[in-house]
Design a protein around this ligand. Structure first.
Ligand code: UDP
Length: 373
């Protein structure tokens, strides 16, 4: 089959890197990048690091509101689909690029495959929730990562074309862990990010990411900055690879980062995974990071009130905790899961265990491999 696959953001580039080889083994892939994330730190770095092919088509549509982005992507994608005449369109996740790709395919009557189908936070104030609901209802093939996702689809009457395939991001994590398991990687990362090869020691820091739209209002930012101030102790800093959108929102609101929070630019995939694996704890509002932390067995505080990754929380033996933006809940969870005096020892134990992460590689790759007109 000729398949147009559409990406646009950091997590989609990462997922495309995991799935692309299977796609190209059987099908002709036309790889389209909308440019929703366009800068080097959020996009460019992943091409080299993850061996992604250069896009066949780069639309260069970044910036502006969600509506503006989707409005500009639609005619551009229409042009691509008319020119390429694919047998199918494949979209990942829940971004503006997912929504635009799904709509453009539907408008051209081209069958749609949705990777990461069926996830629901049941919170339609989240733009991601709206995007994934629309993509699922338009898709001919819904590749669901979890049993809950399959059940969510069934509850909305979507049964045909639903395949439980596992999590494509888990495949990549499983492949990458052997490269980052040795804590010696931290010396190189510390040198590169902070000019200090002793900056990061196993269990000696926490790792945080914050980028969701809901966490960029001045009120929400005040609350999570207060929470990070609670997490950051005198002997255990929080390293925060700051998303440029979040950085701009903090600057516009005139807010100041608390003492003990070490800001670095967004990092590459391996660095992100390594900093998570060896951290005392992870603090995040990211869908990808919360489940990576769960797979790695690292204590994780989720800075949201809901999560669409129920299995990650339920299967974590209490290590992944949804704390919202509440510093008291964060403090209690950290005292239980990552007490400062034990965090080096706990990190070392974890490094040894995390070699056993299972990959769901065969299922998602096989499902994509088997796509038929
Ligand atoms: N990630 C990264 N560099 C960073 C922060 C995150 O490579 O500075 C990776 C992270 O390990 C995960 C993915 O980006 O694989 C998650 O993407 P993001 O948090 O942007 O989006 P979400 O998963 O919330 O959709």
């Amino acid at each position: 089959m000729r398949i147009v696959s559409i990406v646009g953001t950091r997590p989609q580039l990462i997922k495309a890197a995991a799935l692309g080889p299977a796609l190209r083994a059987r099908h002709e892939e036309v790889f389209v990048d909308t440019g929703q994330h366009w800068d080097e730190e959020l996009a460019g770095v992943f091409f080299a690091e993850l061996g992604l092919p250069r896009p066949d088509v780069s639309l260069g549509i970044g910036g502006g509101s969600a509506s503006e982005q989707v409005g500009r992507m639609l005619p551009a994608l229409e042009g691509v689909l008319r020119a390429v005449r694919p047998d199918a369109v494949l979209v990942y996740g829940d971004t503006n690029s997912t929504l635009a790709g799904a709509l453009a395919a539907a408008q051209q009557g081209i069958p749609l495959a949705h990777v990461e189908a069926g996830l629901r936070s049941f919170d339609r104030t989240m733009p991601e929730e709206v995007n994934r609901v629309v993509a699922d209802h338009l898709a001919r093939w819904c590749f669901a990562p979890t049993p809950t996702a399959v059940a969510n689809l069934a509850a909305e009457g979507i049964r045909d074309g639903v395949v439980l395939v596992g999590d494509v991001l888990q495949d990549l994590a499983a492949r990458t862990i052997p490269e980052i398991r040795d804590p010696a990687v931290l010396a190189e990362i510390g040198q590169r990010l902070l000019g200090d090869d002793g900056a990061f020691r196993p269990g000696g820091y926490c790792f945080a990411t914050v980028h969701r739209a809901a966490n960029r209002s001045p009120e929400a930012m005040r609350r999570w900055l207060e929470l990070l101030a609670v997490v950051a102790g005198p002997t255990r800093p929080v390293v925060l690879p700051l998303h440029p959108g979040t950085r701009a929102a903090i600057e516009a609101a005139g807010l100041v980062l608390p003492v003990g929070v070490v800001v670095v630019p967004p990092v590459g995939y391996r660095t992100s995974l390594a900093l998570q694996l060896h951290a005392a704890a992870v603090v995040t509002d990211s869908g990808g990071v919360q489940r990576e932390a769960a797979w790695l067995g690292v204590p994780c505080l989720v800075l949201r009130e809901t999560t669409e990754w129920r299995e990650a929380v339920e299967g974590s033996a209490g290590r992944v905790v949804v704390v919202g933006l509440d510093p008291d809940r964060a403090r209690a969870a950290l005292e239980r899961l990552a007490p400062v005096e034990r965090s080096a020892e706990l990190a070392r134990e974890r490094d040894r265990k995390s070699t056993r992460l299972n990959s769901s590689h065969s299922q998602i790759s096989y499902a994509v491999f088997c796509l038929k007109k």
